[in-house]
Design a protein around this ligand. Structure first.
Ligand code: SF4
Length: 237
């Protein structure tokens, strides 16, 4: 299959059938912790990256061939940033017309600054946006974004999205030792997250191969302290 992968089982999403909308490692970030390696095509260019008919046909075929498999989510994520595709909103609706399985989107949040992306994601049942930094210098260090991307604008976009969106938001924070785990920064991040008001805050740490060498998770004590600051909605993945 060209667009589908899995199903994958995780504690967070249950059994998830993955859909990759953009070619391998096409992203407007180049996060130091990315498990997919360095970003190959670093771009802010939103365009049509996939053939919708082919993708929907793969989904139909997969469900026809696997009637016994219980899928908790069809997850748009894959090997790059899915909201780079212009038709993300349309494809979520089309998938929901084909199967009655909840649709989730995993995104780095950057294109939520565009009203049509926020509108498009409103059709999803679950959105898992990430937010690793509350200040521009830390954002630049950890996510290595395309030039011009501003974390304060991304935070405002997440706040706007929450106001309109009726589905679930599980906000992911990737914590990297020595980059974004300073407790003063975590307090600032907590202020931003309180305004976003997600349903859950999920703390993640780099564990496997990372884009940049030497990327480490904070120790357990620091992780627990961060969890305490972020409050009862926070869970450590
Ligand atoms: S946003 Fe996601 S896909 Fe893009 S570089 Fe970061 S971790 Fe990798």
């Amino acid at each position: 299959m060209k667009y589908l992968y899995g199903p994958l089982t995780s504690r967070r999403m249950g059994v998830s059938l993955g859909v990759s909308l953009v070619p391998h490692k096409t992203c407007d970030f180049d996060c130091v912790y990315c498990q997919l390696g360095e970003t190959r095509v670093k771009t802010k260019l939103r365009k049509e990256y996939f053939d919708q008919e082919e993708l929907l046909s793969e989904i139909k075929t997969w469900f026809k061939n696997n009637p016994e498999v219980k899928i908790d989510y069809i997850t748009l994520s894959g090997s790059g940033e899915p909201t780079l595709d212009l038709k993300i909103g349309e494809v979520i609706q089309e998938i929901k017309n084909i199967v009655s399985v909840p649709v989730a989107v995993i995104t780095n949040s950057s294109f939520l600054t565009e009203p049509e992306v926020r509108k498009g994601l409103e059709s999803a049942d679950l959105v898992v946006p990430s937010l690793d930094a509350a200040s521009q210098d830390i954002f630049n260090k950890i996510d290595r974004p395309e030039e011009g991307l501003r974390v304060d604008q991304i935070i405002e976009a997440l706040v706007e999205f929450r106001k309109a969106y009726r589905g679930k938001i599980w906000l992911e924070v990737m914590l990297v030792k020595g980059i974004n785990d300073d407790l003063d920064h975590i307090r600032k991040l907590n202020e931003a997250i309180a305004r976003i008001d997600p349903d859950k805050i999920q703390l993640n740490t780099p564990v496997r191969h990372t884009a940049l060498a030497g990327i480490k998770p904070p120790d357990k004590r620091k992780l627990n302290k961060v969890k305490e600051i972020l409050g009862p909605k926070c869970e450590i993945l």
